[in-house]
Design a protein around this ligand. Structure first.
Ligand SMILES: C[S@@+](CC[C@H](N)C(=O)[O-])C[C@H]1O[C@@H](n2cnc3c(N)ncnc32)[C@H](O)[C@@H]1O
Length: 308
C-alpha cells in the first residue's frame, strides 16, 4: 500500500492548515478557505490567522451536502484577487488556469500530483519501447480540466480527453494552450457509452486513466452512478487496454471507497482472481495532502496497473 503526496518542490500549491471541517490552501499567489468534510481534527492556526491570510472563503449554500447540490455555494472575498489566474506544475511542465467556481472547486485537484508524475513517467517508458517512434495512445476518462491529459501529452502521447461537460472540455483546451502543448483529441460524451463503442470497434489504448465521480451524467442524460456502473466500465477498460507495454490508473475519491476496494475491483475486472499474469504489476494506495503541521489529509485512493 503506497501513501503519496505532492512533492514539496511544487511551489504553486500548499495545504497550509486543516481542521474544523475546513482547509486553508494556497494556489499560486492566492490563499483560500474551503470546506473539507474529512478534516475532523482542530486547526493548528487560529481562526483570525486563517482570515488574515486568506483572499477568499467559500460559503456553502442552502443546498450544500444535498445530492446534486453537494458543493454549491459562493465565495466571500476577504482581500483583492483576480477571478482567474494561472499556476504552474513544475515536475511536469504544464500550466493550469484556475478560477472560483460556484461548486467550491478551483479547477484542479492538487492531491492528484503523484498520479500526474506516474502518468508522465510510464507514458515516457511506453513511448521509448514503441517501435519507430510510434506515440502511445492514452485515453483520459472523466478528464475534467485536463491535468492528467497534459501530463500524458507532455510525455509524448497521442491523448484522447473525454468529459461529459462541454465547458470543462473548453477549460482543458485553454490549459493545453497555456502549456504550449497541442494535438489533444477532445470528446464530449458519456464515458461508459464511449468505452463500450471503442470495445465494439476493437480499438486499444496503451494508457487509460479514469477518475469517476459518485454521480454524474452524460451529455444526453445518461446516468452515472459509481456503485452501479464502475465495475461494468472497468470490464470495458480491461478489454481496451493493450496487452503489452501499457498502463491504467484508476482514481476514486468518493463513497469512502478504500484502496483495497480499488485493488479488488481491478483484479476482478481484469480477471486476475488467480494471480497476476507474468509481466503485469499492480499497486494501490492513497493520495494525501499534508499541511504545514504534518497533519495528513487523505483525499483519494488509486490502483495502478502496468504491463511490460
Ligand atoms: C472530479 S472530476 C475528475 C477530476 C480529474 N480527473 C482531475 O483530476 O482533474 C469528475 C469529472 O467527471 C465528469 N463526468 C461526470 N459524469 C460523466 C459521464 N457520465 N461521462 C463522462 N464524464 C463525466 C464531470 O464533468 C467531471 O469533470
Amino acid at each position: 500500500m503506497l501513501i503519496e503526496k505532492p512533492s514539496s518542490l511544487w511551489k504553486d500549491y500548499e495545504l497550509i492548515d486543516s481542521g474544523d471541517f475546513s482547509k486553508l490552501e494556497r494556489f499560486g499567489k492566492y490563499i483560500m478557505i474551503r470546506p473539507e468534510p474529512k478534516a475532523l481534527w482542530h486547526k493548528s492556526m487560529s481562526d483570525s490567522e486563517w482570515l488574515k491570510s486568506a483572499h477568499t472563503e467559500f460559503k456553502p449554500g442552502a443546498g450544500f451536502g444535498k445530492a446534486g447540490k453537494e458543493d454549491s455555494g459562493s465565495w466571500n472575498m476577504l482581500s483583492k484577487m483576480q477571478e482567474q489566474w494561472v499556476i504552474e506544475y513544475g515536475a511536469v511542465p504544464f500550466s493550469l488556469r484556475l478560477g472560483l467556481t460556484s461548486f467550491k472547486h478551483v479547477g484542479v485537484f492538487p492531491e492528484q500530483a503523484p498520479n500526474w508524475d506516474y502518468i508522465y513517467r510510464v507514458t515516457k517508458q511506453c513511448a521509448a519501447k514503441n517501435a519507430d517512434g510510434v506515440k502511445p495512445k492514452v485515453l483520459n476518462l472523466f478528464a475534467y480540466t485536463g491535468a492528467a491529459s497534459l501530463a500524458a501529452r507532455a510525455a509524448g502521447a497521442d491523448v484522447t480527453h473525454l468529459d461529459s461537460v462541454k465547458q470543462v472540455v473548453t477549460w482543458a483546451r485553454t490549459n493545453m494552450e497555456l502549456s504550449h502543448l497541442d494535438g489533444i483529441r477532445w470528446i464530449v460524451e458519456d464515458a461508459l457509452k464511449f468505452v463500450k463503442r471503442e470495445v465494439r470497434r476493437g480499438n486499444t489504448y496503451q494508457g487509460i486513466i479514469l477518475d469517476p465521480p459518485a454521480y454524474g451524467h452524460g451529455p444526453d442524460g445518461e446516468k452515472w452512478k459509481l456503485d452501479e456502473c464502475l465495475f461494468e466500465l472497468l470490464t470495458g477498460v480491461a478489454k481496451l487496454l493493450a496487452p503489452k507495454n501499457s498502463f491504467m490508473v484508476l482514481n476514486l475519491y468518493s463513497n469512502g471507497y478504500s484502496a483495497v476496494l480499488a485493488d479488488t475491483l481491478v483484479r476482478s475486472a481484469f480477471g486476475f482472481d488467480r494471480g497476476l499474469p507474468k509481466g503485469t504489476s499492480l499497486d494501490y494506495g492513497e493520495l494525501v495532502l499534508e499541511d504545514r503541521f504534518g497533519k495528513a489529509l487523505p483525499l483519494s485512493v488509486f490502483s495502478r496497473l502496468a504491463r511490460d
